[in-house]
Design a protein around this ligand. Structure first.
Ligand code: MN
Length: 491
């Protein structure tokens, strides 16, 4: 095998792979280079450069050899004469399955007017149906192998970086689609870093005026806030060092797009944004995290109700950390986030952090992560009758924030925010839902339309004479509960 500059460029990023995989990646690069020969991006760079950038991004998440090889080959089926057989023969069935999944996803074009229509005309119905179908494929691909989605998100990230070379209409479509579809998916997989990068690259194209307004408003304020936090941190550091804690402290300005959304909610008043710059205290162990929390509270008074223990009760997308907001020096309301290095990595890469390559483990042994919500989505999407049902359900169940709720035995249920005991009951079993007569939330009798909170322990009081009531349709949140109720009351 001849050394080639593209392989040499990628090599430092994939050192974690075993030698046999490195050789396969090298072979894949030669293969892709041969077939993409003479193809250029609108930016003028050879096509292979795009392939390599995407591979570097994926390698950051330490995905296995098959995934990196598939990444290098990800555009060959679509854009070159290469056949499925060529890929299978040279790189195996697993790589082919990944590349094929990526090629199919590539054909998906989702317009946001479908998800958030301003006005709906009959002519658009056909388009709706088409897009429902493509979304279904997307979810199906996701439930089969999340690596496909992770590579796709990396591909999108790289495409956004060269968006300025595309014609205006195409730019708009890609930017919209990124904010409406890709970023929420990254978020749902706990890939906070990805979500932020995707949104921030798309935002200036989507709304250039607002973007400029925001930068002008926020840049000086972020500076001021960072200076303040550095003073606060040095006081905290002193205190922690007395207790023999050696933290790493990170400052992170809020991402542009998420800052923008928050500002809209807060009358565009930047003084009202407490987490403009986050201060993160990273310590080796979970025990240290709680220790740091205590030290912070001994220095400054915490604001009641603002201590969030996502270590004991992680968010459904896997996010873990302790957050606390205090009246800090000079009375400035300040949020601290406390976590271990592992949690920090998870907050960046989400689900992908679980693929962290372990020495001596063959790629086929890396477990395929299956998420409850992905399975649920694919299960019910086949039952949904019209495109409108599907769209409504999707907006509700997929893009809403989620809560974790527990059965008395500690089994966890992942539900959309605002769910009630009836939703919870149906998530256990339709028979439990149908006989739901009451609920004990954290051991207290509560009405069945109470909005559940993250971490609630819910026990359903059943009565075998009970029946679902039409009224329930007014407060249930999940499409699953709604469909079950309708089935019984006959509507
Ligand atoms: Mn691509």
């Amino acid at each position: 095998m001849t050394a080639n500059k593209y392989y040499i460029g990628l090599k430092p990023d994939i050192q974690y792979l075993p030698h046999t995989d490195l050789a396969r990646v090298e072979k894949a690069i030669e293969f892709a280079q041969k077939w993409h020969q003479g193809q250029f991006r609108l930016s003028g760079e050879p096509y292979i450069e795009h392939v390599l950038s995407v591979s570097k991004t994926v390698a950051q998440m330490n995905l296995d050899g098959d995934a990196i090889v598939a990444c290098v080959l990800h555009d060959t089926l679509e854009d070159t004469p290469v056949t499925q057989n060529d890929i299978k023969k040279n790189f195996g069935a697993d790589v082919l399955r990944l590349v094929d999944g990526l090629t199919k996803l590539d054909r998906i074009r989702i317009s946001s007017s479908w998800l958030w229509p301003i006005k709906t005309s009959y002519r658009e119905v056909d388009r709706y149906e088409n897009q429902v179908d493509t979304l279904r494929k997307m979810f199906l691909a996701m439930s089969k192998d999340l690596r496909v989605i992770i590579i796709k998100l990396s591909d999108r990230l790289n495409n956004l970086a060269t968006l300025n070379y595309l014609p205006e209409a195409k730019r708009q479509r890609i930017a919209r689609e990124t904010i409406d579809i890709y970023a929420p998916i990254a978020n749902r997989l706990g890939m906070g870093e990805f979500k932020g990068q995707l949104e921030d690259l798309a935002f200036p194209y989507l709304n250039p005026k607002e973007y400029l307004w925001l930068r002008k408003l926020a840049v000086p304020e972020i500076d001021t806030r960072k200076k303040y936090l550095k003073k606060v941190a040095s006081r905290l550091l002193n205190k922690l060092q007395q207790g023999h804690l050696k933290p790493v402290i990170k400052y992170r300005a809020k991402r542009w797009y998420s800052l923008y959304q928050k500002l809209i909610k807060y009358d565009r008043d930047i003084k009202k944004i407490n987490d403009l710059v986050a201060i993160r205290i990273i310590v080796p162990t979970i025990e240290d995290c709680y220790n740091v929390l205590g030290q912070i509270h001994s220095l400054w008074q915490p604001i009641p109700g603002r201590i969030k223990d996502y270590i004991a009760l992680p968010k459904p997308n896997g996010y873990r950390s302790i957050h606390t907001t205090v009246f800090c020096d000079k009375g400035v309301i300040t949020e601290f986030q406390i976590r271990t290095p592992q949690m920090d990595r998870q907050a960046e890469f989400g689900i992908a952090a679980h693929w962290h390559y372990k020495e001596g483990q063959s790629s086929s042994k890396i477990p395929k992560m299956k998420l409850q919500w992905v399975n649920e989505l694919t299960r019910w999407q086949s039952r949904v009758k019209s495109a409108k049902d599907f769209k409504d359900a999707l907006k509700m169940d997929f893009f809403s924030d989620r809560i974790f709720v527990y059965t008395p035995k500690g089994e966890v249920k992942d539900l959309p925010e605002g769910s009630t005991p009836v939703d919870f009951a149906y998530s256990i079993h339709s028979a439990v839902g149908n006989q739901c007569a009451g609920a004990r939330i954290n051991a207290k009798m509560s009405s069945i339309d109470t909005k559940l909170q993250n971490g609630d322990v819910v026990e359903i009081v059943k009565n075998n004479k009970a029946k679902p009531k039409r009224d329930w349709l007014k407060f249930v949140k999940t499409e699953h509960a709604r469909a079950c109720i309708r089935k019984v009351i006959g509507q």
